[in-house]
Design a protein around this ligand. Structure first.
Ligand code: WAQ
Ligand code: MG
Ligand code: MG
Ligand code: MG
Length: 258
């Protein structure tokens, strides 16, 4: 067998595992590493979970595994930051951006009716664009997108170029949103953090890019999540396989004249 070049490194941390039904998700993380960087990668994820605004974990798992699948390279979505004065204004904008991305209004309304239960999983919830119904069967876990990272220094060069304060969250979220949106089954994504100290979220789609919205919830709120709007005409299992297993690097080679 050929020697694997890359490793998927994943972390999850939670609280109150004595009673699984009450277990609270604290932090998760996923990145791609070379063999020689595994120690550093594990440390990045360890650090992320140990100093988390959702609280101290009493359970943590960090694992790595060799990646066998061929790697795909994709360009980051275009980024736009929409400043809003309040959470209400942010949510109105999020709904209109979803409509612009082609999601029917009745689907958006249905998702918002079920929102509180969709914000619970430690992963993402998949919703059919047409029916507005949840279509994954992962219950309180959701789908965790994995095997995603920037090529070394590409995020730093990208954020320097656009004079964007290159924070770790944007780094992770833009990579994830780019992967999620690049598949034919993807229509749009709605996201905001479950961390009480981070209120910026986004709507992302191939068509409208990564649209940051500076306030989608109130400070202190620990509810957050991700909803992926999907075209169920596409093979759902293969989309889920892609999200969880396909190794994707975000590659940014500089701006093009447009
Ligand atoms: N796969 C699927 N769902 C995930 C993943 C993943 N790898 N990671 C997080 N989630 C879901 C899960 O339900 C979390 O509760 C929720 O998303 C929020 O995760 O400034 O920090 O990592 O442009 O807290 C977006 C804006 C920040 C960044 C999002 O999310 C910016 C964020 P968090
Ligand atoms: Mg995260
Ligand atoms: Mg979080
Ligand atoms: Mg959540």
């Amino acid at each position: 067998m050929e020697e694997a070049k890359y490793y998927s490194v994943r972390m999850r941390a939670s609280q109150n595992i004595a009673d699984q039904s009450e277990s609270k998700h604290i932090s998760g993380g996923e990145l791609i590493s070379t063999y020689s960087n595994i120690k550093e990668s594990v440390n990045i994820l360890l650090e992320k979970a140990l100093t988390h605004s959702r609280g101290n974990a009493d359970f943590m798992q960090i694992q790595f595994e060799a990646i066998q699948e061929p790697v795909e390279y994709i360009k980051p979505l275009e980024v736009r930051t929409n400043e809003v004065a309040s959470m209400e204004a942010g949510q109105v904008l999020a709904k209109s951006l979803l409509e612009k991305a082609g999601i029917p209004k009745k689907t958006i309304d249905k998702v918002y009716e079920n929102l509180s239960q969709y914000l619970e999983p430690a992963g993402a919830v998949l919703v059919d664009v047409q029916s507005g119904e949840r279509v994954d069967d992962r219950k309180n876990k959701g789908i965790r997108v994995s095997r995603i990272d920037w090529l070394p220094y590409h995020f730093e060069r990208w954020s320097d170029f656009y004079h964007i304060k290159g924070n770790q969250r944007l780094r992770e979220a833009l990579a994830l949103a780019t992967k999620v949106s690049s598949h034919p089954a993807a229509a749009a994504e709605l996201c905001w953090s479950d961390d009480p100290d981070y209120v910026t979220g986004y709507v992302a789609s191939k068509r409208e890019g990564y649209q940051r919205i500076t306030k989608l919830k109130e400070y202190g709120d620990e509810r957050g999540g991700r909803i992926f709007f999907v075209h169920c005409s596409e093979e759902l299992d293969s989309y889920i396989y892609y999200l969880e297993k396909k190794p994707v690097f975000i590659q940014w080679e500089g701006s093009r004249e447009e």
